[in-house]
Design a protein around this ligand. Structure first.
Ligand SMILES: *Cc1c(COP(=O)(O)O)cnc(C)c1O
Length: 216
């Protein structure tokens, strides 16, 4: 099942990339494996998935020791979990405050690591629980850029639930224009099961897909 799902997702990604006039291999696919078993993750690995997203540190720790892959933190990270997070995650996508960034920097220094991160931005003010406001993002980036054990790779956002996925494009455009305004080298992590095609059309570099890969 997972194998067929991945085949289908890749086909849809290729088609969205074609429509957007871009190469499919420019896009990274992160399989969001929260609440999925190690067996399911191994099945995805067999189908060529190499990067997984988790939203809880404890759960990710177990999977990290069982499966060789690259791990992404995509859920809200509490500052007191930063120490464990830097030990296992290749990319922490959900950095949503200066305070958390400072803690990650401190913990990364302890293990002599430069931690790659994305800053999470709130693109739908009324619905999103976590994330920086777009207007405060440039200032936070300036401060975090001075931290020696953190490297900011880009921006991440979650679009609100909309009736027609095409409507999500408006939200993705907010993140893209913010990025263009700050630094065009920053990558964009946007697009999930319900809206990844819209995100690709708006210039996503990284999609985070859970249900379309792991559900029947
Ligand atoms: C759960 C989750 C995803 C994947 O969502 P699906 O709709 O299952 O594809 C992506 N990003 C974040 C931040 C998530 O929490």
């Amino acid at each position: 099942m997972i194998k067929e799902n991945i085949f289908e997702v890749r086909k849809r990604i290729a088609s969205a990339c074609l429509k957007a006039g871009r190469k499919a291999d420019t896009l990274k696919v992160i399989a969001v494996s929260k609440n999925r078993s190690i067996e399911e993750i191994k099945e995805a690995v067999e189908s060529g998935i190499t990067e997984f997203g988790e939203n809880r540190v404890q759960e990710a720790l177990l999977k990290y020791s069982a499966v060789a892959a690259r791990w992404h933190m995509v859920g809200h990270l509490q500052t007191n979990k930063a120490g464990e997070a830097v030990k296992i995650f290749d990319l922490i996508q959900s950095v949503d405050s200066l305070r958390l960034a400072r803690e990650i920097d401190k913990e990364a220094l302890k293990i002599n690591k430069i931690q790659d991160i994305l800053l999470e931005v709130k693109i739908s003010p009324e619905e999103a629980k976590f994330g920086l406001r777009p207007q405060e993002t440039p200032g936070v980036i300036r401060e975090v850029s001075a931290f020696k054990n953190i490297k900011i790779k880009g921006l991440m956002a979650i679009a609100p639930i909309v009736k027609n996925p095409e409507e999500a494009r408006t939200y993705f455009r907010i993140l893209k224009s913010l990025r263009d305004q700050i630094d065009s080298r920053l990558i964009l992590s946007m697009g999930m099961t319900d809206d990844f095609e819209a995100a690709i059309k708006e210039g996503s570099d990284m999609v985070r897909i859970g249900r379309a890969i792991f559900e029947n």
